[in-house]
Design a protein around this ligand. Structure first.
Ligand code: HEC
Length: 379
């Protein structure tokens, strides 16, 4: 492998100050095709080299904007055109809800796209070789030296002049970098037949191994120990019980935590004898009672329990709750009506907790006393 073509003449310096001075001079001499390689970024190098600002930012902007537009377009198309669905009562094109996704896609497109642009446009992927690669010069500048390389393609390039310039600048080491035309024009290694076959084999082995692991191995003993357990799961069949169902009904008489069974089903008079209002009226309890009565009872019974419904005859008007009958009923008897309903009046056990029912009763008592006050109420 003969290296015939001169690529550049390189010079190595020991300190950042020296390389900055060298760049200033090279710039003054009028060279344009040169590059600087340092072990770490040297401050002020860009301005000394008179590098224009990178255009990468424009790519990032364009990619980010297309990410935002793409995400919004896709959500508009899928959620308002192709398959409109009402989600949480929002409009089909619910912009505030789409912002997080739009933001994420914008950032993703801008970052991944910028890296890819850099690799493809700036590093010329899939080309992987560069004349400077694998040279002593590169080894030095990626360790502790600061190097400059003036390319032979520069219109002002002249071996002797460049050598003299570097000597004048006090370069520690001056060298030539050559390249082999054939080597450079060779197809990149990733399109090599053997490499492609190797890739295909790797893909087959890895996908086969993953398929076997996730679809077979994990279902074999002993890896299935979490999956197959000695217990009955919901909806499953069970040979243990005579009816064959895995799920069981609660044992008769079971009482759910925090709930009190109603023991007087169909026995309102007994409820009237046995049940006692556990609450003592105060301002707070009466306020709750009024609120619940106004909400649940007043549509039929009227705000003052006089039986003046607001339903305009759509439902038979109930009797007044100021009757002697109801006034002489115990709280427990009224509780029975509210819990079970009476004739066409439905049960209010679903809408009102037992405590709320007792609170409503205390409020009804207050209404009754307001209409039929006793002698001592007036004192
Ligand atoms: C949908 C209309 C409606 C609502 C709402 C309603 N009731 Fe009734 N209520 C009736 C009717 C109608 C009757 C008479 C039932 C009958 O024919 O025995 C009645 C009867 C009663 C009685 C027995 C009266 C009597 O003289 O026999 C009481 C007590 C009572 N309601 C209390 C309530 C309470 C307290 C509420 C609120 C939780 C309520 N009702 C909600 C329609 C309603």
């Amino acid at each position: 492998m003969e290296k015939q073509n001169l690529y550049s003449i390189t010079a190595l310096f020991d300190t950042p100050d020296e390389i900055i001075r060298a760049v200033e001079t090279v710039q003054k001499e009028g060279y344009t095709k040169y590059d600087v390689n340092t072990p770490y970024p040297v401050h002020g190098m860009d301005t000394k080299m008179k590098l224009p600002p990178s255009k990468l930012g424009y790519f990032a902007l364009a990619l980010g904007l297309s990410g935002a537009a793409g995400a919004l377009f896709f959500m508009w198309w899928s959620l308002s055109k192709d398959y409109p669905l009402v989600i949480g009562g929002k409009p089909f094109f619910a912009l505030p809800a789409f912002i997080p996704v739009t933001f994420e896609v914008t950032v993703l497109m801008a970052s991944v796209g910028t890296v890819l642009t850099m690799l493809l446009l700036y590093f010329r992927l899939p080309n992987l070789s560069h004349p400077l690669h694998d040279t002593d010069y590169m080894r030095s500048v990626s360790n502790d030296k600061f190097g400059i390389s003036i390319e032979a393609e520069d219109s002002l390039f002249d071996s002797e002049r460049v050598n003299k310039l570097f000597e004048r600048l006090g370069a520690k080491k001056i060298g030539e970098v050559c390249f082999d035309e054939e080597e450079i024009n060779k197809k990149p290694k990733i399109f090599d037949g053997k490499f492609i076959i190797f890739l295909i084999f790797t893909a087959i082995i890895i996908s086969g191994a993953s398929y076997f692991t996730f679809n077979k191995l994990l279902y074999m003993s002993p890896y299935n120990w979490m999956m197959e357990q000695e217990k009955i799961t919901p909806q499953s069949h069970s040979k243990f019980f005579s009816d064959g169902f895995g799920m069981r009904n609660p044992v008769p008489g079971t009482v759910a935590r925090g709930s009190m069974p109603y023991l007087f089903k169909g026995l309102p008079d007994l409820a009237g004898q046995k049940l006692v209002n556990p609450l003592i009226p105060d301002e707070k309890i009466l306020a709750i009672g009024k609120k619940k009565f106004d909400t649940y009872c007043s549509p039929c019974h009227g705000y003052f329990a006089k039986g003046d419904a607001r339903l305009n005859g759509q439902f038979p008007n109930p009797p007044s709750l100021h009757s002697d009958k109801v006034r002489n009923w115990s709280d427990g008897r009224i509780f029975a009506v509210m819990t079970e309903g009476q004739n066409i009046m439905p049960s209010y056990a679903q809408q009102l907790t037992p405590d709320e029912r007792w609170e409503v009763i205390l409020y009804v008592r207050a209404l009754q006393r307001a209409v039929n006050a006793k002698e001592d109420d007036l004192k």
